[in-house]
Design a protein around this ligand. Structure first.
Ligand SMILES: [Mn+2]
Length: 427
């Protein structure tokens, strides 16, 4: 199914007056503080976030999975779903594929379909955390870190295959996340596993096309519960540095131990020009993969505050970041969930753009912690939703994407087209 421009225009007509009133008021308020609302609106419109192909169906947990109905059963249908999100928001103009869950049968047809919907191919993701049917060696005890060279070779070859697939689609980066580790003390030689991982990653890196990047994702635990080979940003940074200048650290918000200061990690990596990208989600306890901004919106704002600072003071030449949502759960309609996540990311970005960085530096120079907090929270407590709406209006998206999604009864239509008991491929 597709949403046409008339449907968006009709919807916008209904909400326009209310929006214009709210936007004019905020524009005036911000103007008094010397902030140009139109400039922020433009910056917001420029932020495109990639949707992962695995977030379009109900994610489930290891205890069960409850289909939403109308879930995409093929890569073509996944791209169609992202097309819906992009039409509603004009901020979801990219897809991130998981191989082998989403191997295109006809790459040029897929490329064409995506292009017709305004969707680019973001990072491709390799998968050596599951065994695939017909696979010769098992990853039960690791992949790139495995003690058996034959397993490591198989895992390296898979990554090279992922790069080839991505290259056919026009992707420019690969994300490597490993489940490799140990569930019990003594199970692995910690140094040995890391050395073997460095070696395997270097082999993959050597085959990276000239204009590609490699993102190395870290995670402290799960599915292994005693140690993970790439446990934290420091290990990822070490690996990226060992590999070379096209390798970067990727930060997944859920991949930290409780209360980790993620904004500080952002600041450090950007200082070194080694922050590659983001996987957005939210969590209460661990890698919960909940809707972005649903649990800790202030943390998200503080992270964006460091990102904006890093982009404005890019002394180490950090490349443009890859933004991606990496969330998946059991309860909400996955498309509605992604609309909420897209909104939360832009909200945090808009709030961060409001921070008076000169005043903040002055407060810091005076060691005025009270004033510094006031400056940050003044930005955080500003209702920036009119800015987001204006950015959408100008780019031809819906003023209220979630409302339009419901007004058009999109899920009902998807169920009619695809059936009630469909299960998204790969999950
Ligand atoms: Mn991730």
């Amino acid at each position: 199914m597709k949403i046409n421009a008339d449907q968006v225009a009709d919807h916008n007509k209904h909400y326009l007056e209310n929006h214009q009133e709210g936007y004019a008021f905020l524009q005036q308020q911000l103007g008094r503080k010397g902030i140009d609302a139109t400039k922020i609106t433009e910056q917001l419109a420029g932020l495109q976030v990639a949707i992962p192909s695995w977030a379009l169906g109900a994610g489930g947990t290891r205890f069960g999975r409850f289909s939403t109905g109308g879930e995409p059963g093929s890569l073509e249908q996944k791209i169609d779903d992202i097309g819906l999100l992009h039409t509603l928001t004009r901020s979801a103009g990219a897809i991130s594929l998981h191989i082998p869950w989403d191997i295109p049968q006809d790459a040029s047809a897929i490329r064409e379909q995506a292009a017709s919907l305004g969707i680019a191919f973001d990072a491709v993701n390799s998968n050596t955390f599951q065994d695939q049917p017909g696979q010769k060696h098992s990853y039960k005890f690791g992949s790139l870190c495995h003690t058996d060279a034959a397993v490591r070779t198989q895992a390296v070859q898979h990554n090279l295959e992922v790069i080839r697939t991505g290259d056919e689609l026009g992707s420019k980066s690969i994300t490597v996340w490993l489940a490799d580790g140990a569930s019990f003390p003594g199970q692995t030689n910690l140094r040995g596993a890391l050395l073997r991982t460095i070696d395997s990653l270097k082999t993959i890196y050597a085959h990276l096309p000239e204009d590609w990047k490699m993102y190395i994702e870290y995670k402290p635990y799960e599915p292994n519960f005693y140690s993970t080979v790439i446990q934290d940003w420091g290990t990822s940074y070490l690996l990226a540095t060992e590999c070379g200048e096209k390798a970067y650290t990727l930060v997944d918000l859920g991949h930290h131990l409780p209360n980790a200061n993620i904004e500080q990690i952002v600041a450090t990596l950007m200082m070194k020009g080694k922050l590659g990208g983001f996987h957005f989600n939210d969590s209460k306890y661990g890698d919960d993969d909940l809707t972005v901004g649903s649990i800790k919106p202030y943390q998200l704002f503080l992270i964006f505050n460091e990102l904006v600072y890093g982009m404005d003071n890019n002394t180490a030449d950090n490349p443009p970041l890859a933004w991606m949502i990496d969330a998946s759960h059991n309860v909400k309609d996955p498309l509605e969930d992604l609309l909420q996540s897209l909104e939360a990311i832009r909200l945090a970005y808009a709030q961060a753009l409001l921070v008076d960085s000169n005043a903040l530096e002055e407060a810091r120079a005076d060691n005025d912690a009270t004033r510094a907090q006031e400056i940050l929270q003044d930005a955080f407590r500003t209702d920036v939703r009119p800015l987001l709406r204006e950015a959408r209006l100008q780019s031809g998206a819906a003023l209220e994407p979630l409302s339009l999604f419901r007004e058009l009864e999109i899920r009902k239509q998807l169920i009619r087209e695809r059936g009630k008991k469909t299960v998204a491929t790969g999950l």
